[in-house]
Design a protein around this ligand. Sequence first.
Ligand SMILES: Nc1ncnc2c1ncn2[C@@H]1O[C@H](COP(=O)(O)OP(=O)(O)O)[C@@H](O)[C@H]1O
Ligand SMILES: [Mg+2]
Length: 241
Amino acid sequence: MSMRRDEALVELSGVTKVYGEGTGMVTGLADVSLRVGAGEFLGIMGPTGGGKTTLINLIGGLDRPTRGTVRVADHQLERAPEDVIRLLRRRHIGVVFQAFNLLPSLSALENVALPLLADGLARRAAEPRARAALEQVHLVERAAARPAELSGGEQQRVALARALIADPMLLLADEPTGCLDTRTGAEMVDLLLRAHRLRGVTIILVTHDERIATACTRTVTVADGAIVADRRRPVGSTAGG
Ligand SMILES: Nc1ncnc2c1ncn2[C@@H]1O[C@H](COP(=O)(O)OP(=O)(O)O)[C@@H](O)[C@H]1O
Ligand SMILES: [Mg+2]
């Protein structure tokens, strides 16, 4: 995936997302523009219903804008064919959701290996990489466990390992600590910070937690479908970084 040097990794221009039709129409985002550079750790904050998930879904190609353009690297997502978006997500965009979204019938190892298997890699090539990814989230000893046998914090670490397995350039996380207690939530944030520091992966993270926001290099506040604040932190002030 190539990119011109002067370009942001992610660029939304005049993006509006309207859900439903007729009297049931709801505006998720209204005329939002946003540029995110490679290497940023961006926190999306704001009240429930403000449009944070809508924003993440549009950037991840999980949904398409009603109006406006969404570019990730050199792909215009608003007009990319479905199979191109699928490939982009498999190879270059990792996603972690609040509710983990693991496949219950597969082991932790198989869940992590899934993006590689879906991309056509043989099991014997994918599994060592999945094992290494589980090692990075300190879970390799639970490789054979099914999601139901894991705690919430462990399931979310499996989801993070799966999101990072293909070494994506962009990691999207929608309230990844929302279902976790304070301690396991803090562990998750440490792992995200490590991925940001060691892999240089660009992270866009939705969070309600002020302490998590202080770890970000920039925070954007979304309310009523619009960006109402955009703050950058000076380099070097990143917590734990
Ligand atoms: N699939 C959907 N269908 C209809 N309305 C939706 C849908 N998803 C989100 N919305 C609406 O869009 C607005 C923004 O929602 P969302 O992006 O989920 O906000 P947040 O993640 O900040 O809580 C809300 O009014 C919400 O009810
Ligand atoms: Mg949300």
